[in-house]
Design a protein around this ligand. Structure first.
Ligand SMILES: NC(=O)c1ccc[n+]([C@@H]2O[C@H](COP(=O)([O-])OP(=O)(O)OC[C@H]3O[C@@H](n4cnc5c(N)ncnc54)[C@H](OP(=O)(O)O)[C@@H]3O)[C@@H](O)[C@H]2O)c1
Length: 304
């Protein structure tokens, strides 16, 4: 039974694009797109092959999902061509949620169900492709999360379930009660913890999809090139970019996508050209020594 379940689970992985468009800064927290601009970038991404979109209930102080939903409302064919990811579990203090008095986490069944209800309504969709628990909650009860996930799965409201920012032991705890399929974590040349702390090993071991948030380190190589580490990384990126006839920033993406855990970068840029370059970068096959040139630049010393 166990074997059958595992086999079944392995063959039902969500189909996602090799690079995911992150929507965190599309609204109030960044670009402040109009409905027309939302539609333009969504259609551009889908047309180009970036079909997966990363949301969370809280983005733009609980406004981005609704703005995105408004943009796709009159283009019903778009929904079938895209995968929608959302998250829940953080309660932010904002005028849009006057009942929140301090920032806190809530992974109760009631909150998960309510949050998904709102995300579906706001995104103007019948189902989410993926729901993630946004951050590990000190008070989380995995049985309760599993009960909420089961109900959402049975109702067809969510197709796949995962977590974000979970350490291996936290993921394992939830997995004991419900199959976890995704862990969305911070990974970049300037944030290498997942290569050391077991998160990526666990993804390989358990056939879990790793998604990398802030895959460009939030843009810090270009915003702070004076920093010694950034300077070292940028220098190697430039050497490798020449070899692959690519842009140096594409090498940052290739560093992630060359890893055997099949990392999916969640891009923060909303510039068409940069999104296109990121998708192309996911095909750059870095050689082992090249990967370790980047690793050495990031660590500041060669491997022991
Ligand atoms: N699960 C979580 O806890 C969590 C946390 C944070 C974020 N996220 C997700 O991850 C997504 C990405 O996060 P992020 O914005 O920090 O990611 P990022 O892709 O590392 O950083 C984006 C920044 O890099 C800049 N940048 C500079 N050069 C670039 C280039 N050549 N190509 C691409 N970008 C370049 C962008 O500027 P321009 O905009 O000017 O291009 C933008 O300011 C978010 O939208 C969200 O969906 C999840």
């Amino acid at each position: 039974m166990q074997d059958f379940f595992y086999f079944h689970h392995m063959n039902n992985k969500p189909t996602l694009s090799p690079v995911i468009a992150g929507c965190m800064k599309w609204g109030q927290w960044g670009a402040q797109f109009t409905t027309g601009q939302y539609l333009e970038i969504i259609e551009h991404c889908v047309g180009y092959g970036i079909t997966s979109f990363d949301h969370a209930d809280i983005y733009g102080n609980y406004t981005v999902e609704e703005e995105f939903g408004k943009a796709i409302r009159h283009k019903s064919s778009l929904r079938q061509q895209m995968q929608l990811i959302s998250k829940c579990g953080i309660k932010m203090v904002t005028a849009n949620r006057p009942d929140h008095h301090i920032k806190s986490y809530d992974t109760s069944k009631e909150h998960i169900l309510l949050s998904v209800h709102n995300s579906l309504k706001n995104l103007n969709t019948e189902y989410l492709d993926i729901l993630l628990i946004h951050r590990p909650d000190a008070l989380m009860n995995p049985e309760e999360i599993a009960a909420a996930f089961s109900q959402l799965q049975q109702q067809g409201k969510v197709l796949h379930f995962g977590v974000s920012n979970f350490l291996p032991h936290q993921l394992q705890m939830l997995h004991r009660f419900f199959p976890v399929e995704i862990n969305q974590i911070e990974i970049s040349l300037t944030y290498l913890d997942p290569f050391h702390n077991g998160q990526l090993d666990q993804c390989i071991e358990m056939n879990i999809i790793p998604m990398a948030w802030s895959p460009m380190g939030g843009g810090n190589l270009t915003s702070d090139p004076e920093d010694e580490r950034n300077f070292r990384i940028q220098a190697v990126c430039e050497i490798l970019a020449k070899k692959y006839d690519a842009e140096p920033q594409q090498i940052q993406i290739a560093f992630l996508t060359s890893h055997p855990s099949h990392i999916l970068p969640v891009m923060g840029t909303s510039k068409h050209k940069r999104l296109e370059l990121a998708l192309k970068a996911s095909d750059i096959p870095l050689e082992r020594e090249e990967w370790y040139m980047l690793w050495r630049a990031a660590m500041g010393h060669e491997v022991p």
